[in-house]
Write a protein that binds this ligand. Structure first.
Ligand code: ATP
Ligand code: MG
Length: 243
């Protein structure tokens, strides 16, 4: 494993009961990298992330994080290790205020001073959340909820942030804001990012490298620059026209 490698996934198999969904997936994430995993509905993207982050146990393969074997670790063990995962659709506490949700995200932090500094950092990343800091999270719009879900992850001081379809169901304005924040996660927070998307254009804008998943197998890996926006390869692999 290279010194700069944060996450190394090797030959991962995963599924549900007897149903095998992910077959021999291998990928790696470097320090400061943004990785996009692209693929059709049902390709197995969420299942791959769930297995990487320990929401489901992989049936074979290995996950190394900063050189430590965390294969099958539950999220409650991987969050303190430095991985924060936002499953598809995001998860927030609807009855709590925006600020209290952020504080819940920082439950692993014991230093109150650094917790307060983190809340300030997240408010700067998401000014729209700051304006709504005292409202109940259940009354936020879909886009604001997505920002809050990502903001909560950052409170745990992650080294790696894993996002499942951060643009899912959002209007273009909110998608732009969420992607600004994803850049901020790398550039201001200093964490690496793995994101799964069907929104090709935004993911390709922000990613350093791209993996393509089809039928539970990684069928292509390349640098962003080699993927090409709207090129024949992208259209063939993903089966739709990028704009
Ligand atoms: N909890 C589950 N139990 C059984 N099968 C599941 C479960 N979750 C997903 N699957 C199946 O696993 C396969 C891959 O689903 P997965 O959610 O990983 O795909 P995806 O690429 O994330 O799709 P999408 O883009 O729609 O989110 C599908 O056939 C799906 O029906
Ligand atoms: Mg999914």
């Amino acid at each position: 494993m290279d010194a700069g490698t944060l996450l190394q996934v090797t030959n991962l198999d995963a599924g549900y009961g007897a149903k095998r969904v992910v077959h021999g997936a291998s990928l790696h994430v470097g320090e400061g990298e943004i990785i996009a995993i692209l693929g059709h509905n049902g390709a197995g993207k969420s299942t791959l992330l769930n297995a990487m982050c320990g929401v489901i146990k992989p049936t074979a393969g290995q996950v190394l994080f900063r050189g430590h074997n965390i294969t099958g670790f539950s999220p409650s063990a991987s969050v303190p290790a430095g991985i924060s995962y936002a499953p598809q659709g995001g998860q927030i506490f609807r009855t709590l205020s925006v600020t209290d949700n952020l504080l819940m995200g920082g439950f692993t932090q014991t230093d109150q001073g650094s917790l307060a500094a983190k809340v300030t950092e997240v408010r700067q990343l998401f000014p729209a959340l700051d304006a709504r800091r005292d409202v109940r999270a259940g009354s936020l719009s879909g886009g604001e909820r997505q920002m809050l879900a990502i903001g909560m992850l950052l409170l745990a001081s992650p080294r790696l942030v894993v996002l499942d379809e951060p643009s899912g169901g959002l209007s273009p304005l909110f998608v732009d804001r969420v992607y600004d924040a994803i850049r901020g996660i790398r550039d201001r927070v200093g964490a690496s990012v793995v994101l799964v998307e069907q929104d090709l254009s935004h993911a390709l804008d922000v990613a350093d490298r791209v993996y393509v998943l089809a039928n539970g197998r990684i069928i292509h890996e390349c640098a962003r620059a080699d993927f090409g926006h709207g090129d024949a390869l992208a259209q063939k692999l993903l089966g739709f026209q990028s704009q």
